[in-house]
Design a binder for this molecule. Structure first.
Ligand code: ADP
Length: 324
């Protein structure tokens, strides 16, 4: 596959982010509007760093949908958006703790992004995908769940690399057991899976490092465990490499994981890594360091500004960050 296109599909919404940290949601005096949604953030992260990305998703035919469309295009993402009258564009209200951790309140009616249908996937949106990235809430219910998996199957059959970030948000699922079962099913579909330490432990029902071995046994070829300010750990069945984090003053961690994933996927493509070669490529320590110190910097930078897409770095901004 000569293409370098990174295709993301699923959640897209507007986060309303507080202008100051440390207040509960009901006491936030003013919000700023920030485009988000995990896979939309990843597509924007790739484009902001100079890569080629497309986002596939559904928006309401309303001002918020138009704002999201414009935001993707301004970021340099090819926006493959379906507009609907059947639902409104997704919204989330966010409150931030002093350390930048966030709490959410979602408008979910369901929102338009959850109504993407398999029949709405144009072949041309998937044909040139070197990488397909999916995850988060688009797997909660049909029709978006069916569309998410259909796209994964098509890109996989054509030899593309499949990337998955479960991005667990238990509050949005019917119950934790359903969430765990569904997410475990999808880990086997992917070549590379990114999880946080807490997600790994929850999904496996075991403590690290047993959790990691269990998850790799499900079929993914590489597992990337993000560790917040401590960076990340990259695992295959035969290798494990820890890459230390970058010290920054975090104000809002929204989008850090997505920024990290976008940077990681861009580097994987630049290294020419495919579904077939990823396992052996990630046993080489120099390759892992090159890819994941870059991803750590992208994640760290994103915590220094509010919101997700507005906080994504350019290449020049990443180069200005120094490693601990
Ligand atoms: P998620 O946003 O998916 O919960 P993390 O919080 O672990 O994931 O963040 C993803 C990546 O972003 C981390 O692996 C790290 O590289 C970077 N990062 C996150 N928080 C910080 C922080 N406080 N300081 C420096 N880097 C951070």
């Amino acid at each position: 596959r000569p293409t370098k296109r990174i295709v993301c599909l699923g959640e897209i919404l507007i986060d309303f982010v507080p202008e100051e940290n440390g207040r509960p949601l009901s006491q936030v005096p003013a919000f700023q509007r920030a485009a988000g949604g995990a896979p939309a953030n990843v597509a924007a992260a790739v484009a902001r760093l100079g890569g080629s990305s497309r986002f596939i998703g559904k928006i309401g035919r309303d001002p918020f949908g138009r704002y999201l469309h414009g935001t993707l295009e301004d970021a340099g993402v090819e926006a493959a958006l379906v507009e609907t009258d059947a639902a409104r564009t997704g919204l989330a209200f966010v409150s931030l703790r002093e350390n930048g951790e966030r709490d959410f309140l979602f408008y979910r009616g369901p929102a338009a992004d959850m109504l993407l249908e398999p029949a709405e996937l144009h072949a041309a949106w998937l044909d040139d995908a070197a990488v397909y990235h999916f995850g988060s809430v688009s797997l909660i219910a049909d029709p978006c769940r069916a569309a998410t998996l259909e796209a994964a199957r098509r890109v996989k059959a054509a030899g593309g690399l499949i990337s998955y970030d479960p991005n667990l948000r238990p509050a949005l699922w019917p119950d934790e057991e359903t969430m765990r079962r569904v997410v475990l099913e999808h880990i086997g579909l992917a070549d590379v899976v990114k999880v946080s330490e807490e997600e790994a432990a929850f999904l496996a029902g075991k403590e690290p490092p047993e959790a990691v071995q269990y998850l790799l046994g499900l079929g993914a070829k590489a597992l990337v465990v993000t560790l917040g300010e401590n960076g990340c750990c990259v695992l295959t069945r035969t290798a494990m490499t820890s890459i230390p984090g970058v010290r920054v003053k975090a104000v809002d961690t929204t989008g850090a994981g997505d920024s990290f994933v976008g940077a990681m996927l861009l580097k994987l493509v630049e290294h020419g890594i495919t579904a077939e070669s990823i396992e052996s490529a990630l046993t080489d320590e120099d390759t892992v360091r090159d890819i994941f110190s870059f991803a750590n910097k992208a994640g760290a930078f994103t915590t220094t500004r509010r919101g997700a897409i507005p906080a994504l770095p350019t290449l020049a901004e990443i180069e200005m960050l120094s490693v601990r």
